[in-house]
Design a protein around this ligand. Structure first.
Ligand code: ADP
Ligand code: MG
Ligand code: ZN
Length: 475
């Protein structure tokens, strides 16, 4: 029997606001436990929440960027449950009237046609605190610094049909929130996290199968691995005539398998009701338009523009627009250098090997310096090979390329007189290869040039070297 995989994602993105969603406490990560708290986020009786305007703006930005309908009138609801990291006994979230609904995102999996994935809703909510378990002690600690940190929850339709599509969707949404600068996207710190719902159904059937929900995945790779594991597990189960049990599973990245966390019997009844402490959120048109004007060019549009304006391949454009910082980096270097393809190649290999799209900001080599390095190749001052050595040095010290080339005496040898002597020496020392050349194996030129490069530590101008060997061997 053939099965079809069905996946829907619930993503939590932490907003990059300075203060929490309903109080003035700092959202900074890593502060000593319980130092960023106040009566509101501690859930003290008599304290009242006040909504952070920037959270609403962030939600509007994301809603506009994902084709959502913005609910002009939306409201907060209380989601009731008991847990030690939730001092109020309820989480302020949105339920029947979320701020955004009915959106979509376009994704592309290599080798497949682009596909639109529906977004059911985007709502604003507060994060809970953290439990800290110390293995050496029979106690757990509660840290409420994270309590009240603003989140957007983005719920997708069950439109994803494979773990690769799920990963592509996740990456696309990640790129969008980073472009919008509303979330730092740090998955290790939990600023961007995902729960995945997954089920299988016989191909051709309309009704959805019983799903499981996967939690605890903190990288794109883990999401894909966990889903692949779960596809195999559910398929084997169904083929044996068994039934998938609806449950919440934890992904154990070390063991490479999922483990049961809780079953459906333990599913919560959250007893949602409108939060009486908060008035409805009213979005007026002027505000929406003002926010719309702040929107940057988004990854898809920027990618298409890169293909059009710089005549880059889809592949290069996709890589270069993976983050806003990288795309900015490319454009700045391009303005000083001018050859998009050569620049894209160098960035794609030498730069991205050391600094991924998310880490470009930390790279000590600035775009202008990279442009000057590449110009030195164009002008024949250094060879492409030497440029890589110089670049490696720039990555360490942040020094200018001219300085490194000068200090290390790496200027390319383009002096014919000096090279000819070496060329003759090499020809005299390799009669066998000379013989081969005379017999028509012109490819041995490569061998000769290689010898010269070795002798000059890569500093001979390769074109000139080639010409000189041709001349000498043909006389
Ligand atoms: P819950 O209230 O338990 O979070 P929802 O109905 O809101 O459940 O769905 C949560 C997510 O699960 C959504 O992304 C949705 O697309 C997805 N989903 C729902 N049913 C299934 C299913 N049978 N198989 C796969 N994904 C599903
Ligand atoms: Mg859920
Ligand atoms: Zn507070």
């Amino acid at each position: 029997m053939e099965f079809e995989t069905v996946i829907g994602l619930e993503i939590h993105a932490q907003m990059k606001t300075k203060s929490k969603i309903f109080c003035g406490c700092s959202t900074e990560f890593g502060a000593p436990p319980n130092t960023h708290t106040c009566p509101v986020c501690l859930g003290m009786p008599g304290s009242l929440p006040v909504l952070n305007r920037q959270v609403v703006e962030s939600a509007i930005k994301l809603g506009l960027s994902t084709g959502c309908t913005l609910n002009r009138d939306n409201r907060f609801a209380r989601k009731n449950y008991f847990y030690p990291d939730l001092p109020k006994g309820y989480q302020i979230s949105q339920f029947d009237l979320p701020i955004c609904e009915h959106g979509q995102i376009e994704i592309e999996v290599e080798g497949q046609v682009p596909k639109t994935i529906g977004i059911t809703r985007i709502h604003m909510e507060e994060d809970a605190g953290k439990l800290v378990h110390d293995e050496r002690e029979p106690v757990s600690y509660v840290d409420l610094n994270r309590t009240g940190t603003p989140l957007l929850e983005i719920v997708s339709e069950p439109d994803l049909r494979s773990p690769e599509e799920a990963a592509a969707y996740l990456k696309k949404l990640h790129a969008i929130v980073r472009y919008l600068d509303i979330c730092d996207g740090n998955m290790q710190e939990g600023s961007f996290r995902c729960d995945a719902n997954i089920s299988l159904r016989p191909v051709g059937r309309k009704e959805l199968g019983t799903r499981t929900e996967l939690k605890n995945m903190n990288s794109f790779r883990n999401v894909q691995l966990a889903l692949e594991y779960e596809v195999r597990r559910q398929r084997d189960l169904l083929l044996e005539g068994g039934k998938v049990v609806q449950q919440t599973l934890l992904w154990d990245a070390d063991k490479g398998r999922t483990e049961s966390m809780r079953g459906k019997e333990e599913a919560h009844d959250y007893r949602y009701f409108p939060d009486p402490d908060l008035i409805p959120v009213v979005l007026d048109e002027a505000w929406i338009e003002a926010v719309r004007r702040l929107l940057p060019e988004l990854p898809d549009k920027r990618r298409l523009r890169f293909v059009r304006d710089f005549e880059l391949s889809d592949y290069d454009a996709e890589i270069l627009t993976a983050s806003r910082e990288l795309a900015d980096y490319f454009e700045e270097a391009y303005r000083a250098f001018g050859n998009a393809k050569k620049l894209a190649n160098f960035i794609g290999t030498e730069l991205l090997r050391e600094y991924g799209p998310e880490r470009i900001g930390a790279c000590p080599v600035r775009p202008g310096q990279l442009a000057r390095l590449l110009l030195m190749i164009e002008e024949g001052t250094i060879s492409g090979k030497i440029a890589k050595t110089v670049f490696a040095e720039m990555l360490v010290s942040g020094a200018d390329p001219e300085q490194i080339v000068k200090d290390k005496g790496l200027v390319q040898m383009s002096d014919e007189g000096a090279l000819v002597a070496l060329v003759r020496e090499i020809i005299a020392a390799n009669p066998e290869q000379v013989q081969q050349f005379r017999e028509g194996k012109t490819k041995v030129i490569g061998f000769f040039v290689g010898q010269l490069m070795q002798k000059t530590k890569g500093q001979a101008n390769p074109q000139l070297a080639n010409t000189l060997f041709q001349q000498e061997l043909n006389t």
